[in-house]
Design a protein around this ligand. Sequence first.
Ligand SMILES: C[S@@+](CC[C@H](N)C(=O)[O-])C[C@H]1O[C@@H](n2cnc3c(N)ncnc32)[C@H](O)[C@@H]1O
Length: 257
Amino acid sequence: MVEGQRGVERQRSAIRSAVVWDALQAVLQARRVATGSTGEPLRVVDLGGGTGGLAVRVAHLGHRVLVVDPSPDALASLESRAAEGGVTALVRGVLGDAATLGAAVGEQGCDVVICHGVLEIVDAPGEALRAAADVLVPGGSLSVLAAQRSAAVLGRALAGHFRDARAALADPDGTWGSTDPTPRRFSRDQLEMLLDDTGFDLTETRGVRVFVDHLGGAVVETEPAADAALRALEAEVATHPDFMAIATQLHLLATRR
Ligand SMILES: C[S@@+](CC[C@H](N)C(=O)[O-])C[C@H]1O[C@@H](n2cnc3c(N)ncnc32)[C@H](O)[C@@H]1O
């Protein structure tokens, strides 16, 4: 990859994560205020937190983060990442999954659970969310990020893969078959009902990556201010009902009942 392309990819990656990170920071801040101890670190659990990109960012805000993940390789990368970021004291990785979450977290529970990119791959999304509810203190916050079905249909169609688009449209899990790397995608209704059924009150749903995933490479490169404008546009459409349906992912924020 040439240097210009790398720069565009870096910009795109920052734009992809910005909507979720901005909302998550606001949730952490609100939760800190709600606990009444503005200086105390929150207890944050990142279920399926993988290599810890998000966990380390959360730790940089001063919170304690427990990453529970079944991949030993991911946890090894998490450890290196936390060390490089100077937050080893605040980040801990535990080998486990949704089924062992309670044992990993312990009886004291936690203030916030992050569950990003996990409901698509677990055997039983409802059980994973119930496990999250069980470790959260009442009023604790949940952040869920999951792939949206309708965007997969749009993405395949715009790429000229019309058979895949039709297959994803027809499949109840929103996949286009054996070549699809994502085992399951959701509609907004499905996710919101799943949260309600598992003990959460929905606070907000946002559309994430509404335009950025559908762009050609040249757009950001040729216009220096375009990436800032695209980032602002993504933030503006994230809560716009007309654009929610084409977002690649949905970000749901909820509190435990
Ligand atoms: C797509 S990655 C998402 C990583 C990270 N949360 C993120 O948003 O970048 C999915 C992660 O879920 C983990 N995982 C797989 N099965 C799981 C399960 N049953 N319970 C919890 N995590 C699981 C994988 O090891 C992987 O790290």
